[in-house]
Design a protein around this ligand. Structure first.
Ligand code: PGA
Length: 258
């Protein structure tokens, strides 16, 4: 069984609820009925409700950009898995490099959030990736090995099918610098081998591994053609309706060839 490709848009801290509706209304008519691949949009928390209302009767899924590891209670400013589920959120981005570097999220926190998401049937999109300094000092595999081993520890085997990994080299995020398809493929294959160590080869073969970091309509075809690249996590280009639509079209083309 080939893996179903996934194209996910990470809107980051962009778009008010009102602006988000404008963007989703420009996207859904073009790709809201396709079933060849999976599509997720992850607006800010404040726009989940309004975007979600515009996804009813479409095949586009709703994602969040973060979630609390705690179920409920006195945690000012946090949002729980149950709150997301109630808004029909199906996916949640966890451990994005911006959360790691600006908000101190460690691999241990990423693990807790991942387990909390899975327990409440949210599909976690767990982000890993090396900084430029780590790549230049030949630490890429060591860093990513650690992020995977700790971040994805203790996941019950029957929940692992819901895990999605995103490889996002930090030096490629929002910089216009993309990993070459060969560079990305090398890390994706390494990640799959780490997943096999944790959960066995069959589970690893079923897990989607997305690429993220300046993925755009003009470089997506080459990246998505690689054997272990199962989709994209897209920032900047996900805020431009025609670019996001083009990326979904690239995903459909790549899926037909895989
Ligand atoms: P970018 O962001 O596409 O703007 O590089 C990707 C991401 O951070 O998920």
């Amino acid at each position: 069984m080939p893996r179903t490709l996934l194209i996910a848009g990470n809107w980051k801290m962009n778009k008010t609820a009102t602006e988000a509706v404008e963007l989703i209304k420009a996207i859904v008519p073009a790709i809201g009925k396709q079933t060849d691949i999976n599509v997720v949009v992850a607006p800010p928390f404040t726009a989940l409700q309004s975007v979600g209302e515009n996804l009813v009767n479409s095949t586009v899924n709703l994602g969040a950009q973060n979630v609390s590891e705690k179920p409920h209670g006195a945690y000012t400013g946090e949002v729980s898995t149950a709150m997301l589920r109630d808004l029909h959120v199906t996916h949640v981005i966890i451990g994005h490099s911006e959360r790691r570097s600006y908000y101190g999220e460690t691999d241990a926190i990423v693990n807790k959030k991942t387990l909390a998401a899975l327990e409440n049937t949210l599909k976690p999109i767990v982000c890993v990736g090396e900084t430029l300094a780590e790549r230049e000092s030949a630490k890429t595999f060591e860093v990513i090995g650690q992020q995977i081993t700790v971040g994805l520890a203790n996941i019950p085997a029957n929940q692992f099918a819901n895990v999605i990994v995103a490889y996002e080299p930090v030096w490629a995020i929002g910089t216009g610098k993309t990993a070459t398809p060969a560079m990305a493929q090398e890390v994706h294959a390494f990640i799959r081998a780490q997943l096999a160590k944790l959960q066995g080869e069959a589970a690893a073969q079923k897990t989607r591994i997305l690429y993220g970091g300046s993925m755009k309509p003009d470089n997506a075809d080459a990246l998505l053609a690689e054997a272990d690249i199962d989709g994209g996590l897209i920032g900047g280009a996900a805020l431009v309706a025609k670019d996001f639509i083009a990326l979904v079209e690239s995903g459909k083309k790549a899926s037909a060839r895989k």
